[in-house]
Design a protein around this ligand. Structure first.
Ligand SMILES: Cc1cc2nc3c(=O)[nH]c(=O)nc-3n(C[C@H](O)[C@H](O)[C@H](O)COP(=O)(O)OP(=O)(O)OC[C@H]3O[C@@H](n4cnc5c(N)ncnc54)[C@H](O)[C@@H]3O)c2cc1C
Length: 450
């Protein structure tokens, strides 16, 4: 009799550097890969549309790769705690392994499952795989968590270095009997009516092999220019690894060690991975990050009544502000937006339009292929001024100055908002100067409140 090992895949859709998969293979029993689409457990945020598109293709790629090595990927849908327990019984499993998640609702599910399955006599182990530094291991001298990036990152760099990535298993022994699985197509993760994903298909090939190829190309071709050109949205020198890291197609340990092995001076790039770590550190200690101002005095912020037409104009890239519209169009077409432009577009929504950062966060959540439960709200709060180590409230990006500085030849704007060159651009929906001073007045009201 065999007692298969279940590997429960979550935000780690890869074979390389996957400690849960490695442990299952090393256990020497047949391995069953499992992915659970959980849209019902409390505390789990439903995926946005662009994320669902990515997930479909990344799962298809993972299933192929497992199959090529002799393994299987079983797809099931429902509340994770019930599904995993039923799956373990169904497969006659002797062990369940997974890589850790860090959201509150997710940790609750995982902890409950761990104790229940152990009571039933199964071996259950979880591993650190998706962050370089587990959030609870990074502490101030007083044993508290960090709320400022620079000392956080310094503390990380004093911890034991991130472990070396694990090689991917060459062969995987599947179970004798294939447990029943949903059909990926039945999950309807892809948009159909209408099919708005044409731009995503052009821009991306989800899955581990394409992610690894992009990492290699970035290190070879772009890393050398990263420090000087990373802020220029037309330069194309940034890594484009954010969806790969979001879905775990490439692990941060792999990015870290492959970057170091180039021998280049890559401190700046690695510190961007540090911002990702800091966002997760913040979410771990503030599970309500997407809903609640980290600085509670912002609860008193005098948001005017929502102006739905202005929100819609922003979402559709029709604000009449070229850099903002270009960014929102890039987002709609490709599921990502350059970081500098994300900051400018977010600042415009929150400060010039005085629309609550949560409305912007929700739109990004729905449209980004890298939408990440930590980085998205973290950065929105950073821009709004309500977050950890946030931009000071009086920093209101001027989108025109930003365009002159970072897109001096208008390449980015003409690529994503060509209407401005052809004279059929929308009229500005607000006056930048007047709305700037309105924002400063509003921010003045929360500056000293606590
Ligand atoms: C309003 C707003 C919302 C954002 N939402 C997300 C999100 O949902 N998911 C997401 O991954 N990033 C988010 N970011 C951060 C950043 O814009 C993207 O990570 C970056 O643009 C991805 O491009 P890249 O992979 O080429 O980055 P690179 O410059 O090559 O950076 C390498 C990696 O570092 C990480 N990183 C870089 N900057 C940040 C940052 N500011 N915060 C956290 N991690 C960072 C990413 O994982 C990125 O892939 C947001 C930024 C803003 C201003």
């Amino acid at each position: 009799m065999t007692s298969p090992s279940i590997v429960w895949f979550r935000d780690d859709l890869r074979l390389a550097d996957n400690p849960a998969l490695r442990a299952a293979v090393d256990r020497g029993e047949p391995v069953v890969g499992l992915y659970v689409l959980d849209e019902r457990s409390p505390g789990i945020r439903a995926l946005g549309g662009a994320a669902r598109w990515w997930l479909h293709h990344s799962l298809a790629s993972l299933a192929d790769r497992l199959r090529e090595r002799g393994g299987v990927l079983v797809l099931r849908r429902g509340p994770a705690a019930e599904v995993v327990t039923a799956m373990a019984a169904d497969a006659g499993a002797g062990a369940v392994f997974w890589n850790r998640r860090y959201g509150d609702g997710e940790r609750e599910i995982d902890a409950g499952l761990k104790s229940r399955l152990r009571e039933d006599g199964l071996e259950v182990r979880s591993f650190g795989a998706n962050l370089l530094f587990e959030p609870w291991t990074v502490q101030t001298g007083q044993g508290t968590h960090f709320s400022v990036f620079t000392p956080f990152w310094r503390a990380c760099l004093h911890l034991p270095a991130p472990r070396r990535p694990l090689p991917e298993p060459r062969e995987i022994t599947g179970p004798g009997r294939h447990p029943s699985s949903d059909d990926l197509a039945d999950w309807a993760l892809l948009p159909t009516s209408p099919d708005w994903a044409g731009g995503l298909r052009e821009a991306w090939q989800p899955g581990e092999p394409a992610g690894r190829a992009r990492l290699g190309a970035f290190l070879r071709d772009d890393l050398a220019d990263y420090d000087t050109a990373r802020d220029e949205p037309a330069s194309g020198v940034t890594s484009a690894l954010s969806p790969r890291l979001r879905w775990g197609e490439v692990s941060p340990h792999t990015v870290w060690h492959e970057t170091l092995s180039t021998g280049a001076d890559a401190g700046r790039f690695l510190s961007e991975l540090g911002w990702r770590e800091f966002a997760w550190h913040t979410l771990f200690h503030h599970p309500d990050l997407a809903a609640v101002n980290l600085r509670r005095r912002f609860d008193a912020f005098p948001w005017p009544r929502l102006h739905p037409a202005q929100l819609r104009a922003w979402q559709r890239g029709r604000t009449g502000v070229p850099l903002v519209d270009a960014g929102m169009n890039e987002l709609w077409r490709t599921g990502v937006m350059h970081n500098r432009v994300r900051m400018v577009a977010a600042s415009f929504l929150v400060k010039n339009l005085l629309i609550d950062w949560r409305r912007g966060e929700e739109w990004f959540w729905d449209t980004l292929v890298d939408a990440d439960a930590a980085s998205n709200p973290f950065n929105w709060q950073w821009v709004a001024g309500s977050g950890a180590d946030a931009a000071p409230y009086f920093r209101i990006f001027n989108p025109e100055t930003q365009a002159t500085r970072f897109d001096p030849h208008g390449e980015y704007v003409s690529r994503w908002a060509p209407g401005y060159a052809h004279g059929d651009a929308p009229e500005p929906i607000v006056d930048l100067k007047a709305t700037r001073s309105r924002a400063l007045d509003a921010y003045e009201k929360v500056k000293n409140a606590d």
